[in-house]
Design a protein around this ligand. Structure first.
Ligand SMILES: [Zn+2]
Length: 94
Protein backbone atom coordinates (compact mmCIF):
# COMPACT_ATOMS: atom_id res chain seq x y z
CA UNK A 1 0.00 0.00 0.00
CA UNK A 2 1.39 3.34 -1.00
CA UNK A 3 0.22 6.60 0.47
CA UNK A 4 0.16 9.41 -2.04
CA UNK A 5 -1.11 12.95 -2.09
CA UNK A 6 -4.30 13.17 -4.09
CA UNK A 7 -3.62 15.28 -7.19
CA UNK A 8 -7.04 16.86 -6.88
CA UNK A 9 -7.49 17.68 -3.18
CA UNK A 10 -3.86 17.21 -1.99
CA UNK A 11 -4.99 14.99 0.89
CA UNK A 12 -3.26 11.69 1.72
CA UNK A 13 -4.90 8.77 0.03
CA UNK A 14 -3.95 5.21 -0.85
CA UNK A 15 -3.15 3.94 -4.33
CA UNK A 16 -4.93 0.75 -3.29
CA UNK A 17 -8.21 2.64 -3.46
CA UNK A 18 -9.63 3.13 -6.92
CA UNK A 19 -10.87 6.59 -5.96
CA UNK A 20 -9.68 9.19 -3.48
CA UNK A 21 -11.49 8.80 -0.17
CA UNK A 22 -11.73 12.58 0.13
CA UNK A 23 -12.84 13.81 -3.28
CA UNK A 24 -13.57 10.72 -5.35
CA UNK A 25 -10.91 11.32 -7.99
CA UNK A 26 -8.93 8.27 -9.08
CA UNK A 27 -5.38 9.00 -7.91
CA UNK A 28 -3.66 6.25 -9.87
CA UNK A 29 -4.80 7.56 -13.24
CA UNK A 30 -3.34 10.93 -12.48
CA UNK A 31 -0.02 11.93 -13.99
CA UNK A 32 1.11 13.19 -10.59
CA UNK A 33 3.38 10.75 -8.80
CA UNK A 34 4.10 12.94 -5.80
CA UNK A 35 4.14 10.78 -2.69
CA UNK A 36 2.85 12.11 0.56
CA UNK A 37 5.76 12.73 2.89
CA UNK A 38 5.16 10.76 6.08
CA UNK A 39 8.78 10.81 7.17
CA UNK A 40 8.44 13.96 9.32
CA UNK A 41 5.48 12.42 11.15
CA UNK A 42 7.40 9.17 11.72
CA UNK A 43 10.35 11.20 12.96
CA UNK A 44 8.20 13.05 15.51
CA UNK A 45 6.48 9.85 16.68
CA UNK A 46 9.89 8.23 17.11
CA UNK A 47 11.23 11.22 18.98
CA UNK A 48 8.24 11.36 21.34
CA UNK A 49 8.44 7.60 21.97
CA UNK A 50 12.14 7.94 22.72
CA UNK A 51 11.45 10.77 25.17
CA UNK A 52 8.71 8.79 26.91
CA UNK A 53 10.99 5.75 27.25
CA UNK A 54 13.90 7.87 28.44
CA UNK A 55 11.65 9.58 30.99
CA UNK A 56 10.37 6.21 32.19
CA UNK A 57 13.90 4.90 32.67
CA UNK A 58 14.92 8.09 34.43
CA UNK A 59 11.93 7.96 36.78
CA UNK A 60 12.26 4.26 37.66
CA UNK A 61 14.89 4.46 40.44
CA UNK A 62 13.02 7.37 42.02
CA UNK A 63 9.81 5.37 42.09
CA UNK A 64 11.58 2.38 43.61
CA UNK A 65 13.16 4.58 46.26
CA UNK A 66 9.81 6.15 47.12
CA UNK A 67 8.22 2.72 47.41
CA UNK A 68 10.98 1.62 49.78
CA UNK A 69 10.56 4.76 51.87
CA UNK A 70 6.84 4.14 52.08
CA UNK A 71 7.47 0.58 53.21
CA UNK A 72 9.81 1.78 55.96
CA UNK A 73 7.28 4.39 57.05
CA UNK A 74 4.54 1.79 57.18
CA UNK A 75 6.76 -0.47 59.26
CA UNK A 76 7.52 2.35 61.67
CA UNK A 77 3.83 3.16 61.92
CA UNK A 78 3.07 -0.46 62.70
CA UNK A 79 5.75 -0.55 65.39
CA UNK A 80 4.41 2.65 66.96
CA UNK A 81 0.88 1.34 66.86
CA UNK A 82 1.97 -1.90 68.46
CA UNK A 83 3.80 0.07 71.14
CA UNK A 84 0.75 2.20 71.80
CA UNK A 85 -1.46 -0.86 72.11
CA UNK A 86 1.03 -2.46 74.46
CA UNK A 87 1.19 0.66 76.64
CA UNK A 88 -2.59 0.88 76.73
CA UNK A 89 -2.83 -2.77 77.74
CA UNK A 90 -0.25 -2.27 80.48
CA UNK A 91 -2.10 0.78 81.81
CA UNK A 92 -5.33 -1.18 81.85
CA UNK A 93 -3.67 -3.99 83.79
CA UNK A 94 -2.29 -1.70 86.52
ZN1 LIG B 1 -8.74 13.68 -3.40
Amino acid sequence: MTIIACPNCKKATSTRLTVCEHCGVNPSTSTSTATYDWSWLMMWIGLILLLVIAYGIYQMPEKKRLAEEQKVLLKQQNIEEAKATKERDEKRKS
